[in-house]
Design a protein around this ligand. Sequence first.
Ligand code: TZP
Ligand code: MG
Length: 213
Amino acid sequence: MKREDLQLYFIMGTSNVSQQEPLAVLEQALRAGITMFQLREKGPNALTGLAYEQFARQCQKRCQHYRVPFIINDDVDLAVRLGADGVHIGQDDEQIAIARKKMANRLLGVSVHSQEELQTAIDHHADYVGIGPIFATTSKSDAQPPCGTIFLQQASKLQPNLPIVAIGGINWTNANVVLQAGADGVAVISAICDSKDIEQTVSMFKSLSRIKK
Ligand code: TZP
Ligand code: MG
C-alpha cells in the first residue's frame, strides 16, 4: 500500500452523523481531501442486510470517484463481495489468517494494542496496523482506556517499514503528537463528523502532516 494513504483516514457509519446526511458528509470529506475511508456501521441503529449493503455501495461509488481507497470494517465477506479496496479488523473479528486469505491482494488493516498483537499482524502480512485509542474517545462504546503514544513510538521504531495509523480522540490540535510519535497518519471519526466546516478541518489536518514530512 501507499503509506501516504493513511495520512487522513476518515471513518464513518450512519450513527456517527446527526445533522446531515451521512453521504453528504462523506462527499464533503472526499472533496476536501481525505486520503482513505472506512465504513464502520455500528451501534443500536446500524443499518443491516440489504440497506447496509446498498449504503456501502453508495459510499464505495463516491470513494471510487475521488480515487480514495474504500475500506470496510469487520465484514470480510461484504468487502470481498463488493470488491472493496480493503477490510479493517480488530482482535475480536474474523481471524487475521482467514481475512488475509479471503482478501488476497487487497488491503488488510488490523487494530493492535500490544507487541504480541503487532507481531501476529505482521506474521499474517497485514498491510497496515491501527494503534489506539491514543486519547479518550466517545465514538467507540467498547474502547479500551486511552493508551497514549508509548506503544505507538515503540511500534514505529521496531517496525519502520510497517504503515501505522493512530486512532482515538484525535483532532487537529493533538494530531501533531501522534505524527511526531511515528504514525503515518491519523484515523478520525468525530473530528470530521462533528465538524461545522469539514473542508477547513480536513485542510488543517493535511497541513499538519505536511509539516512532519
Ligand atoms: N477504535 C479505537 S478508538 C475508535 C475506534 C474505532 C474511535 C475513534 O473515533 P474518534 O471520534 O476519532 O475518537
Ligand atoms: Mg472490529
